[in-house]
Write a new protein. Structure first.
Length: 239
């Protein structure tokens, strides 16, 4: 019997390699594909960096029917793909790790878009080392175990400043269409995973679960925002 394919989408500043511990924990359960999203890693120079182009990349990579999972930015992209005309009939089920459907309020979205544009400018001007240091210091990652934090920082340092800037401008929360009102349209099973310490995204996941017709919410103990990095075996078990 052929194994089901699962496509795993990384977060901003990561690459598909961030899923390697989870893939190892999955064993033979799935045929796992973890591509680099435009603006990151091996796809740093791919242009344009926008949602439609990333959707096209993923649909070209994946088989006719596949499971889909994404973390943070990758989760937003995964959700948008599952709701898109091209993905609606092909995604069998969806897993979102530390993700949200975007920013519903137009003023908040506009402010976030401006902030991301300013951050993109700083990345281009100041270089990857200054950006990586500032990003690693965000409260969102404050409680990461040292080995996880070091690996994540090393992955950021290997990124292209121009690629990350393009990703912010084309795939940032302020740019992407908010999907809150479309959640009731998603009939496939949706697994929502959040870390116990990730209060912001835990609250968002609880709101999402109320709107999704077929959702299950799981809180992973002793994990923060990047649960797949901190507790890959627990995430693999839920996948």
């Amino acid at each position: 019997m052929a194994r089901e394919t699962i496509v795993l989408l990384h977060g901003f500043t990561q690459t598909g390699r961030s899923w390697e511990p989870t893939i190892a924990a999955l064993g033979e359960r799935y045929r796992a594909l973890a591509p680099d999203i435009r603006g990151h890693g091996a796809a740093a120079a791919a242009r344009p960096v926008d949602v439609a182009s990333v959707h096209a990349d993923l649909l070209a990579l994946a088989p006719e029917r596949f499971a889909l999972a994404g973390y943070s930015m990758g989760g937003r992209i995964a959700l948008s793909l599952a709701l898109s005309p091209g993905g609606r009939e092909r995604v069998s089920r969806l897993t979102l790790v530390g993700a949200s459907p975007g920013i519903a309020d137009p003023d908040e979205r506009r402010a976030r878009r401006a902030a991301d544009e300013a951050l993109a400018d700083r990345i281009e001007q100041d270089g990857i080392e200054a950006f990586a240091a500032a990003w690693s210091a965000l409260p969102l990652f404050a409680d990461q175990p040292p080995t996880v934090a070091q690996a994540a920082h090393a992955m950021r340092l290997a990124q292209s400043p121009a690629g990350l800037a393009a990703a912010l401008r084309g795939l940032g929360t302020g740019v992407m269409e908010p999907l809150w009102e479309r959640l009731p349209q998603l009939s496939i099973p949706v697994t929502l995973i959040v870390g116990e310490r990730d209060a912001k995204f835990r609250a968002l996941a609880e709101r999402m679960a109320q709107s999704l017709p077929n959702a299950a919410l799981h809180v992973i103990a002793d994990a923060g925002h990047a649960a797949h990095l901190e507790r890959p075996q627990a995430v693999a078990a839920l996948l």
